[in-house]
Design a protein around this ligand. Sequence first.
Ligand code: KG4
Ligand code: ZN
Length: 369
Amino acid sequence: MKQITLLAIESSCDETGVSVVQKENGDIRVLSELIASQSIHESTGGVVPEVAAREHLQVIGPMITNAMQQANVNKDSVHAIAITVGPGLMPALAVGVQAARTLAFAWNKPIVPVHHIEGHIYSALLSREANEANAANEAISSMPALGLIVSGGHTMLIEIENHLTYKILGQTRDDAAGEVFDKVARMLQLSYPGGPKVSELAKRGNSEVFAFPRPMSNSHDLDFSFSGLKTSVLYKLQELGKDLSEQVRADIAASFELAVIDCLAGKLVNAMKKKKYGSVLLAGGVAANSALRSRIQKESDAHAVKLCVAPQALCGDNATMIGQAGLFAYEAGRKKNWQEVDAVARVSIESFSKTGLYSLLTDSRNRES
Ligand code: KG4
Ligand code: ZN
């Protein structure tokens, strides 16, 4: 009976995540899962990297102990430590990476470096229900898959050619979709992170009231652009003036949300038309948005492609997704010693998977600036 147990850590932005995951005879089990979200950033309206790092430092040690206790494992039963090495906020990433390096040194265990987006992709294959487990297995056996990753820092269409092998088909040329949700939330005086609040407000609004643009929807590539949409919402709010009624605010939110969803769904459909994929994997913080989830479900159904979507609670940053990707990477032989692993603020998932990880992480010339 082959059993692999990983301690997984995530600290790339403002969530500290520690999980213990286990794979046994092909089945993945989450033995413990802890997520600490930092509320301190609400007052600044965005994440200040050094503040995030200090918050991670406060909680990461006790969280590691608690996650191991809850999972009923000790250092002897852990095979390796999976850690998000990048991309993300450097001071925040460094806390998790240094914790992982210290444990790897003290326990004499390997580290499995995981790309943050790779983690999000694998979260779509995390099943919490029996029928979802079948869908995930089907997706795994019917590669290539088409990944739509929509978060606060990234908006990408990725072809998952095979396990741990990725090709970026398109991405945002300016703001990420989640970032724009957060900025529109600020314009509507909603606190950070604003995505969930805009989407709550949108539920009471009419998406037909304001005609916001769908930037790049007619371009022939699979790239996105959201900054023009953001500016258009800003101009509309300036035109409408102060003291907006709750209904007008809701109509703005709904019209904005539909514009974002149209952009995402439009490019996803274009990608599905170009090539036959076994499945669509939807993940990232914005994938928690129920209107987006149902629209992507509709488009996948229309193209007879199976949709695997991350459980709503695991769309945001967490360590379970890092552990899940880490399990596949560990099995593929991605094992580094503590000296070979470092945090890297900017690195594309494609170069992370294609180049040798050792040289990528230790040779600054390979880092993207
Ligand atoms: O993946 P994530 O937790 O962090 C990054 O890796 O960026 O994504 C966070 C983003 C934030 O911008 C947040 O506002 C957005 O996801 N978000 C949402 C929703 N829930 C979270 N955006 C729209 N609708 C939601 N329900
Ligand atoms: Zn993320």
